[in-house]
Design a protein around this ligand. Sequence first.
Ligand code: SAH
Ligand code: SF4
Ligand code: F3S
Length: 531
Amino acid sequence: MTARSVYLETFGCQMNELDSELVAGQLTALGYRMTPEQSDADILLYNTCSVRDLAEQKVRSRLGEVRLRKQNEPNLVVGVMGCMAERDGEAMYRQFPVVDLLCGPAELDKLPGLIDNAVRTRASLEGETAHEKSAKETALQGDSSRRSSTLAAAADSLEMLDLSRAVSPTDHSGSAYVRITRGCNKFCTYCVVPHTRGAEIHRPPDHIVDECKKLEQAGVLEITLLGQTVNHYRYEHGASVTIDGVTQPQKGRSFTGGHTRDPLAGANTTPFADLLKRIQRLRFVTSYPRDFGDDVLEVIRDSPRMCRYLHIPVQSGSDSVLKRMNRGYTVEQYLDFIDRAKAHLHQPELGRPLTLASDIIVGFCGETEDDFRQTVDLLERVRFKNNFIFKYSPRPGTTAFGRLDDDVPHEVKKRRCNELMAVQQRISDEVSQEQIGLEFDVFVEGVSVKERKKRKAANGAIALTVGGRDASEPAEPLPVEGPIQMSARTDGDLITVFDCPQGMAPDDLVGTIRRVRIDDAKGLTLSATLL
Ligand code: SAH
Ligand code: SF4
Ligand code: F3S
């Protein structure tokens, strides 16, 4: 029998991108063939996001498209994994009978088994009725997500998935994600993540460092550490898992009650700052505005390979909105932190300016025009390099959904969103202009988007594979005329383009760190000369 082929499409955040990479690695190791074409595949997997209604709509429309195909191909297996699977649960089978399997983000180690079962059942039911072919395979965390016994076991098996990561030099163009925490315990009132990803769990530092080493040996130069509140990382040694500072028992160890602390807890702890010291060129997302001590800022300042970029979402510039969001800080506390971060890390004269990015929600429950003005003021004051600005989208199951009124009309949300985007655009332009004349070490990611488009227009196909991650592109590069424009990133996360010098192959630049001088800036893109 030929290898089953799998199409896997990813929606949502970097956490989902990493999950998809791990799942693809596991399925490949088991003999499945990953394909970038839906039409080629016997198994369709959607790794979904629930953070806003729009994210879910995209998946719903995919499932609508697949319904027609499945009428002709009853053996096609359709799987929904990720946050939407967890949030919708088995109700999804009723709404979308086309779905054969559901797998929550905390159950991904079970996915190959679910797929295998689904494939076998359908194959063995050749000629049977559609009803018999509709057997469902399900692995969801459900309500057990915050029970410590289940958590410890789940953490162990998920840890196996991360540890099984198959790293080959062709998988990454020099850059990779590594997870340090799972889940979230913050329960911001608007947010589904604690409900879909479960309780916060910190991975053991040795596992993280080993994974980074493995990636480095495979040629990865830049690692992005992932966590919903990444700077909240704190690992208690001797524990199987550490959940919000409370140690959970190792498997097989006697455990006498819910409140017993592991005897080793506290004796040997790895806080976030110590973890950072052990890893090379490094970025991390997403930071939480609390939990950020000077120790971390000092490690970032003193390590030449640590990126000077903090993604530290503020969400709103109004204290009353922050309070209703349950963010746990005031605007003043946020600004104090920003001042502290700038004092430690903003060193443009050394070619190391600090850049900041954030997320904002406009139109949250009860947001007045005055609250919104305070958000505009905050943007002017902090001068983020960029901001991800979202209109509030009520999510069933969250505290805000049940208790607060979504009372800002859609038109008002839209106007505030547009106004804030225009303010941010101007600030982004200014931040870019400030980089002109500076010299930076940049991480070369690949051929620039503009260069790709140029070649596509000229040749009817994208024929440059250099630094690309799209396996659907043809392997043979076209003959090239004129310099090839490359795309790189500063350690402040600013996109920088430069021409590949004559006599140098683009492939030799991709995945390396090079020094450039910034000559110009348009919008958020800097143009530079390779030094
Ligand atoms: N862990 C990260 C963010 C995860 S979700 C943090 O705490 O900063 C990414 C972003 O989506 C959030 O920062 C928030 O700005 C936005 N978001 C989350 N829930 C939302 C909702 N219900 N409506 C609109 N935006 C939302
Ligand atoms: Fe959601 Fe808040 Fe957790 Fe971020 S910190 S994932 S916004 S609950
Ligand atoms: Fe979306 Fe889940 Fe990430 S809801 S943002 S995919 S953690």
